[in-house]
Design a protein around this ligand. Structure first.
Ligand code: IPD
Ligand code: CA
Length: 330
């Protein structure tokens, strides 16, 4: 195995950008072939009827893995489909240089030809995503970042898109914010289970001010794209102010976390601590399956950008429920 000292990040970044483009093209060819009567829409269920894999997921992951192994034979590789075939649900990312790949995020969208699907490629050193590339071929969008080099749309537009100046967080956030969240794959209809807690949280964020026993957040809009990866890309872009989600895995978020952080956003845990108004705001742990992301913000006369982001985190925590997605090793 390679050590982090051997890594040339510029080389890794330019390789990942090319790889994202080529893998995105395979996804693109797949849905186009289906439109003209070729290709296959066959899906296989994994953990449930909404947790599916297509032949395209498998083909793209095999392609990406081969490309990485040929170029960087000493790097570790973790991909959604290879991982799903194993029996363990442990968190496997350590200090060594590691590629963490979702060959097709938004698989349900892909099968329905809803454009919110993408390939997501992250390179991780010492547990931290330092390169992220997300290619959404239907939209012709590539989001990317490399530590210290900022975050980019199609390699030309710096993220966030509005950056001169970057708007501060709204003074009464979450009011005025676009709130992005996911229904996810845990559909167990259990009283007070994850699904019920998520819906209660959505209601709190959306409800009118003064409603929901003081928890109504009156957000500007609620969005659910069906791709955790693209949710994070739009947080980096500044289009989404807040993303709150539990249940997704490291390959769903690793590239997006790198891109959000390079754009100036904040990523912490979805689960509210005991004292949401005073608790220390820690960085999200990659394997935790619980994420809350806040968009890049600018300074306001009364508070710094970071203070505005932290205020928003606390206002979200005050309204959302704890979720349970525990797993070994995280
Ligand atoms: C899923 C999507 C979805 C999120 C799930 C993910 P997939 O990935 O990102 O938005 O809620 O947790 O597993 O199955 O489309 O690759
Ligand atoms: Ca995924």
């Amino acid at each position: 195995m390679a050590s982090s000292a051997d890594v040339d990040l510029d080389e890794v970044y330019s390789f990942a950008l090319d790889l994202g483009k080529t893998a995105g093209k395979i996804l693109d060819d797949g849905w186009r072939a289906r439109c003209s009567g070729g290709g296959s829409n066959k899906t296989i269920e994994k953990d449930s009827a909404v947790d599916i894999v297509t032949q395209t997921d498998e083909d793209v992951e095999a392609f990406i893995k081969q490309q990485i192994t040929d170029r960087f034979p000493t790097h570790k590789f973790i991909g959604e489909e290879t991982y799903a075939k194993g029996s363990s649900k442990d968190y496997l990312i350590g200090d060594e240089p590691t590629w963490c790949v979702d060959p097709l995020d938004g698989t349900v969208n892909y099968t329905h030809i809803f454009p919110m699907f993408c390939v997501s490629i992250a390179f991780i050193v010492k547990g931290e995503p330092v390169v992220g590339v997300i290619n959404a071929p239907f939209l012709n969008h590539t989001f990317s970042a490399c530590r210290g080099k900022g975050a980019w749309l199609n390699n030309t537009q710096r993220l966030p898109l509005i950056n001169n100046p970057i708007p501060p967080m709204p003074a009464d956030a979450p009011k005025g914010c676009v709130f992005s969240c996911e229904w996810g794959k845990d559909r167990k209809d259990k009283p007070d289970g994850n699904l019920h807690r998520k819906i209660e949280s959505f209601l709190n964020m959306a409800g009118e001010i003064g409603g929901r026993d003081g928890k109504g957040g009156m957000v500007h809009g609620v969005r659910s794209l069906g791709s955790a990866t693209l949710d994070l890309a739009y947080v980096a872009m500044g289009a989404f102010d807040i993303w709150w989600e539990g249940g997704c895995w490291e390959w769903d978020v690793a590239a997006g976390v790198c891109i959000v952080k390079e754009a100036g956003g904040l990523v912490t845990t979805a689960n509210p601590p005991e004292n949401p108004l005073t608790a220390r705001i820690e960085e999200a742990r990659l394997g935790s399956r619980l994420y809350l992301a806040i968009r890049p913000a600018g300074d306001a006369p009364s508070e710094s950008a970071r203070e505005g982001q932290e205020r928003t985190v606390r206002e979200v925590w005050r309204r959302v429920r704890q979720l349970d997605y525990s797993r070994p090793g995280a």
